[in-house]
Ligand binder design. Structure first.
Ligand SMILES: Cc1cc2nc3c(=O)[nH]c(=O)nc-3n(C[C@H](O)[C@H](O)[C@H](O)COP(=O)(O)OP(=O)(O)OC[C@H]3O[C@@H](n4cnc5c(N)ncnc54)[C@H](O)[C@@H]3O)c2cc1C
Length: 417
């Protein structure tokens, strides 16, 4: 990379970093996007379920229902599992997550992120049009299947609550499900269809299409280890002597690895992770899946990706770098085979990634409290594909002195003291 100079370095070329780079570029900044990989979208932004979740106005908070907590604690829930040996590492974080999930605080988080969620699909659509990546977006929404009257009734009540905030949904009976998804089989009593969210049939390719657009518009990409970041007179640099990128400002958009940069700088932001797995399988015969489908009571999701049917798991609490243990995937596989005609697995080994989460399920966006020129844009939890472009816009507006389109204060790092 030799010696490069720019206005801004964006560390991390996942959906969040690439989107921030594009918005900063749009606002007239010369930007260098930095990643340890040679191309964008190789990590968490590759492996997600592909849903641009503009219907998800209530973030995934820690449950308050005793029966559900007990099920999680016994490590028997397919939706959530944990590695007992890692418990001492993540228990303090879980406690903070629990405290941040009181009804009042959960509502605060929901209302803080609502303007971003509402704008999320429109921001993607604008970038997708500019990037010429229209074939990657489907406007099919997604289906949430329920196998008991009780769980359907609970979901219907949640959908009714979300309707107050403009979320469109339709309750389907078994016949209506069969019309929309003729190849599903199972003893479900009904489903909720959220028709508005977008579905991206290859989220890694979308991040790459955005990175290609960034380069076409004059942006530069550099391969370097973000842990080499140092503050210098008048700016920041990454890389080694003779192979460095320097800029006045720097954005930390390293997703689940963001702590590797903010911690050495003295910030104790409680970034936790929820790991997740996926595996692609071939559909059998002429079977077609038309939407991402969450088998809600059994805790997994299948989505019709370009690579095959992507089977995604719920959350696993473990150290980020602990070896993979895809027990949830093993549990989900026979269930998914009963739900949809699945053939052989496409990969030998499942993919594993980590959702970067703060206890209040809000990202950290804004200026670092004690370092001029240092900005944060990480912690997009279950919704980093959804929120990447819209938080990129918010960050760029803050960095360039524009009036932010939404109140950025709930996302400030200062909320953690
Ligand atoms: C199973 C699963 C399903 C999901 N489903 C959805 C969904 O349907 N919809 C949705 O909106 N979200 C979903 N998510 C969440 C979403 O994928 C994440 O929130 C999002 O990808 C985070 O993006 P990011 O850019 O912050 O992180 P990443 O995509 O992980 O990007 C971080 C980048 O930092 C780079 N990096 C790391 N360390 C260094 C270093 N030392 N030096 C240089 N570069 C470095 C990495 O190479 C990577 O490119 C899901 C997540 C999982 C795990």
């Amino acid at each position: 990379m030799a010696e490069l100079k720019a206005d801004v370095l964006v560390l991390g070329a996942g959906m969040v970093g690439v989107s921030a780079a594009l918005h900063l570029q749009e606002d007239g900044r010369d930007v260098i996007l930095v990643d340890r990989h040679e191309v964008a979208g190789e990590e968490t932004s590759y492996g997600n379920a592909g849903v641009i979740e503009c219907a998800s106005v209530f973030p995934y908070m820690f449950p308050r229902d005793f029966k559900q907590i007990l099920q999680y604690a016994l490590n028997r829930s397919p939706q959530v599992r944990y590695r007992i040996s890692d418990l001492p590492d993540f228990l303090p974080w879980i406690l903070r997550y629990y405290l941040a999930s009181s009804p009042a605080r959960a509502m605060h988080s929901a209302m803080a992120v609502l303007p971003l969620i509402r704008q999320s699909l429109a921001e993607h659509e604008a970038l997708i049009a500019e990037a010429g990546a229209g074939e990657l977006l489907q406007r099919c929404g997604w289906l949430k299947l329920h196998r008991s009257e009780a769980s359907l009734a609970k979901a219907a009540a949640e959908a009714a609550r979300a309707r107050q905030y403009g979320v469109v949904s339709e309750i389907l009976d078994a016949k209506q499900i069969a019309r929309r998804e003729p190849h599903l089989t199972g003893d479900f009593v009904g489903a909720i269809h959220f028709p508005t969210p977008g579905f991206v049939s290859d989220p890694g390719a979308l991040a790459k299409a955005y990175a290609a657009l960034f380069k076409r518009k004059g942006g530069r990409f550099a391969v370097a280890d973000a842990r080499t970041l140092v503050q210098e007179t008048g700016g920041w640099s990454v890389g080694e002597p003779g192979n460095r990128a320097t800029a006045r400002e720097v954005v930390v958009a390293l997703g689940p690895w963001s702590d590797l940069v903010f911690r050495p700088l003295g910030y104790s932001i409680p970034l936790g992770i929820k790991r997740g797995y996926h595996l692609h399988l071939k559909p059998r015969g002429n079977a077609v899946l038309n939407h991402p489908v969450l088998d809600s009571d059994l805790g997994y999701l299948i989505a019709p990706m370009n690579q095959g049917i992507r089977l995604c798991t719920g959350a696993e609490f473990a150290r980020r770098d602990a070896p993979a243990r895809p027990r949830q995937l093993e549990l989900a596989l026979p269930r998914a085979h009963k739900l949809f005609p699945l053939g052989e697995a496409i990969e030998a080994k499942p993919w594993m990634g980590a959702r970067p989460c703060l206890p209040d399920m809000l990202p950290v966006i804004g200026q670092a409290p004690r370092h001029p020129g240092l900005w944060f844009d990480f912690g997009h939890q279950h919704h980093g594909l959804t929120l990447g472009p819209v938080t990129g816009r918010l960050l760029a507006e803050m960095m360039t002195g524009k009036t932010p389109f939404a109140d950025p204060r709930p996302f400030a790092a200062e909320r953690f003291g």
